[in-house]
Structures are given as C-alpha cells and as structure tokens.
Design a protein around this ligand. Structure first.
Ligand code: AMP
Length: 283
C-alpha cells in the first residue's frame, strides 16, 4: 500500500495498472476513517483489481462558518485502516495540489441538491461535485463507492455522473452504525460523553418514524411530526430539518409512495449530525 500526494504520481500508478488490464475502484473520503469508510473500501476491494482511497478535506465544500479548520485528521491511523482493508493506494493531496491559484470552475447540480442539506449548506454540493469530477478525472476508476449515510450526496453523485456521461458505476453502500445505533461519523469525535448519549435520539426517532410507516401511515407530515416530537424530547438536540423526499430527485413528497428517503439533520450541542432511512412502498 502506497500513499502519494501528487496528481502526477496517481496518474502514473493507475496508468500502469490500466496497461495490465486491471480494473480500478475509487473510495473518496475526507479521512479520519472508521468502519463506515472501511465497508466501502472492502466492497471496492471485492469488486476491483485495485482500489484507490482518496483522503482529502475538501475546502470548497465547507461554508464560511463550518468546521473546515477543526475537521479531525489522522493520516497515520488512516494508512493503517486502508492497508488492513486491502486497498492499494491512498491519494492524500494538499489543497494547493487540487486547487491552484486561479481555480474558477464549478460543477453543480440543480433540483437534486436544492433541498435537505443543499438548502442548509448552499456551497456544499457544488464543492462535492467539483472535487469528485477532479478525482474521477485523476483516478479514472471503473467504479466509485459512496455511503447511504450521506443519502443526498449519493443521489447528487448518481445524477451528475449520468448527466455528464462519466463512464463510472456508482455503488451505494449501507449505513454502518455503532452497537447502540448511532451512525458512524468522523464528526462523532466532537461529542462529549453527555452529547454522545444524547446523539442516540437520532436513530431512535427515525426508528419510530419507520415503525409508523410499517404500520401503514402514508402521510409524510404525520411521520415527520412523530420524528420531530421525539427529537424534541432530548434537551441537547436542536432539529435542523426532518424531511421526507423521493429518493431519486430529492423532492418533498406529501404522500409516502414509491421509494422515499426520510432524512434528518440535528445539532447535538454544536455538532451537526445527519441520519436517514429509505423505505420502498410495495402498496
Ligand atoms: P466522509 O469522509 O465523511 O466524506 O465520507 C466518505 C464516504 O464514506 C461517503 O461516501 C460517506 O457516505 C461514507 N460514510 C461515512 N460514514 C458512513 C457510515 N457510517 N456508513 C457507511 N458509509 C459511510
């Protein structure tokens, strides 16, 4: 397993693999890797001859008052995890390597990125689509792996890859959780002991919403109310949004039908956490 910091080195290594006819999988991450990232890497290793993991805290996907400076970083730990998961290469560029002095191009989607996190974090998905376009062009993978944890991101990526004719298969992977139900996230490290306990309210509230749907509730407002009321029982929690959208275009739906995404963003103290579930109606 090698770690490289320049685009030139990645291209040389990947070109060598391609000449041998080997397939390449890409797992884009911001590092501080945990079992959620690991599941994506393991999936890629199982489906491709070679796997590249990018570790890059992408400055242009953070808003001015967000946590770019404090985002956790630990490349030595990441190297160990990537090696043990069986990947072949870490691409860990500095921001200057990715964005020269006169970087002025932005790739963005409309519609699919306008609601949920897109509404709350206006620059976010433009930054995500732009960095992924660059990573796709640098690594030239056959497949790229994304977690359902960031459900809107997965929908956005599927859309821009289709719209811009990237010849890359986008593979979605299930949410990996702690034993008590909290979705694994690099940002969980911000939580103190009391907040960590309080953070359980996200998965617990989603579970109540899902149970209501399973019992036959088809009115989105009713499900949203059940989830919101339960979130509000936790004094450290401040709801950012609770929404139900169709899982393809990420548009709000009044009625639960087809495949819906129920997504929440909640502040626990100063830490903003997201979680979600997908439900496919058979009726
Ligand atoms: P990040 O480093 O947070 O940008 O995440 C990199 C990739 O890992 C994204 O595709 C995330 O959706 C995915 N990911 C993060 N946390 C989890 C998790 N708990 N389960 C599954 N995938 C995850």
């Amino acid at each position: 397993m090698r770690l490289v910091k320049t685009i030139k080195e990645v291209r040389e290594i990947v070109n060598g693999w391609k000449k041998e006819g080997l397939s390449v999988g890409l797992v884009p991450t911001m590092g501080y890797l945990h079992e959620g990232h690991e599941s994506l890497i393991v999936k890629s290793v199982s489906q491709n001859d070679k796997t590249v993991v990018s570790v890059f805290v992408n400055p242009i996907q953070f808003g001015p008052n967000e946590d770019l400076a404090s985002y956790p970083r630990d490349i030595e730990h990441d190297k160990e995890l990537v090696k043990n998961a069986g990947a072949d290469l870490i691409f860990n560029p500095e921001p200057e390597e990715m964005y020269g002095k006169h970087f002025t191009t932005l790739v963005n989607t409309t519609e699919v990125s306008e609601n949920l996190c897109g509404a709350k974090r206006p620059v976010h998905f433009g930054g995500v689509c732009t960095v992924l376009t660059k990573l796709f062009n640098i690594v030239n993978p056959e497949r790229a792996y994304f977690g359902q944890k960031d459900a809107q991101q997965l929908a956005v990526v599927k859309r821009f890859v289709k719209d811009l004719n990237f010849d890359i298969e986008i593979v979605g992977c299930p949410i990996i959780r702690e034993a008590d139900g909290l979705a694994k996230s690099s940002r969980n490290t911000y939580l103190n002991k009391e907040e960590r306990k309080a953070a359980l309210i996200l998965s617990k509230s989603l579970k109540l919403g899902k149970e209501a749907i399973l019992k036959g509730e088809r009115n989105s407002s009713k499900v949203i109310e059940i989830i919101t009321n339960n979130l509000n029982t936790e004094k450290l929690a401040k709801v950012d949004y609770v929404s139900i959208v169709d899982n393809e275009n990420i548009q709000y739906v009044d009625k639960i039908e087809g495949e819906i995404l129920c997504a929440i963003a909640v502040y626990i103290g100063k830490t903003r956490l997201i979680d979600n579930f997908i439900y496919k109606c058979e009726d």
